[in-house]
Design a protein. Structure first.
Ligand SMILES: [Zn+2]
Ligand SMILES: [Zn+2]
Ligand SMILES: [Zn+2]
Length: 254
């Protein structure tokens, strides 16, 4: 199984438009962050978690040639913005792409991309073709990969993280409930939200994320959904052992 972080940036991405800060002007490629997304590949199956606004660029950059399914963590635009570009996979595979999401995320997705779920207005305007699979807290299988949803709070909003074997992906959260912590025992790799140094109402800041990482106790934790206030080299050198900043293109083979 191979996991690739296609994007590790917060909703505005890094560099952020019109910003001249030292991160946004850095030459370090680890300070270039597309919007948050994960590619999960097994021998048989290719699955993406979230279609970020950078989805098209991410599919091209990482040479993703087939897509067996998309899973959504929640409906915020930085996680669904690339939904329309699923069309490209419809064209090449001549099939719909299965999507997995909660009923709440589906309702919001339908509001943002209304045209994909309504009667077609006229022929010629391509729409993303998807098969809807509703998920909740039950495990589900896509090809040969088993996904376990992990409930997380993102401010007031309930969102999903996912565990796949001894790997877990928990972006966009500032609270991991106790029942979810018990589902995250014995991990080798945890990918966890850490937005910036100062507090935020819907994301862990660095300090809170480190605290949560210690509580969960994964062998290694990689922090994602990072804003431009965090510069890779400055921050990484001060992190505790076994906790690392993630960066775009980082892969884990397990
Ligand atoms: Zn900046
Ligand atoms: Zn969010
Ligand atoms: Zn987000």
């Amino acid at each position: 199984m191979k996991f690739t972080l296609l994007g590790t940036g917060t909703s505005s991405g890094v560099p952020t438009i019109s910003c001249n800060c030292s991160t946004c002007t850095s030459d370090d490629i680890r300070d270039k962050r597309l919007r948050t997304s994960l590619l999960v590949e097994s021998e048989k199956s290719t699955v993406i978690i979230d279609t970020s606004p950078d989805f098209r660029q991410q599919m091209l950059k990482y040479n993703v040639r087939k897509l067996d399914a998309v899973i959504f963590t929640h409906h915020h635009f930085d996680h669904i913005g690339g939904f329309d570009d699923i069309r490209a996979f419809n064209y090449t595979s001549k099939k719909s792409v299965p999507i997995y999401l909660t009923d709440i995320t589906l309702a919001k997705l339908k509001r943002t991309f209304f045209y994909a779920f309504e009667e077609i207005e006229q022929l010629g305007g391509g729409i993303p073709l998807v098969d809807i699979n509703l998920i909740n807290s039950e495990k589900f299988q896509i090809g040969d990969i088993l996904f376990e949803p992990i409930k997380l709070l993102h401010g007031k909003l309930e969102v999903l993280g996912f565990r796949i074997n001894n790997f877990a992906y928990c972006t966009d959260t500032n609270y991991v409930p106790p029942e979810s912590i018990s589902k995250l025992r014995n991990l080798d790799i945890l990918v966890l939200d850490a937005l910036r140094y100062t507090k935020h109402t819907t994301h862990f800041n660095l300090e809170e994320s480190i605290e949560a990482a210690k509580l969960i106790g994964s062998k290694k934790t990689y922090l994602t959904h990072i804003a431009h206030q965090i510069k890779y080299d400055e921050c990484q050198s001060n992190l505790p052992p076994n906790i690392f900043l993630a960066y775009d293109g980082l892969t884990f083979e397990m």
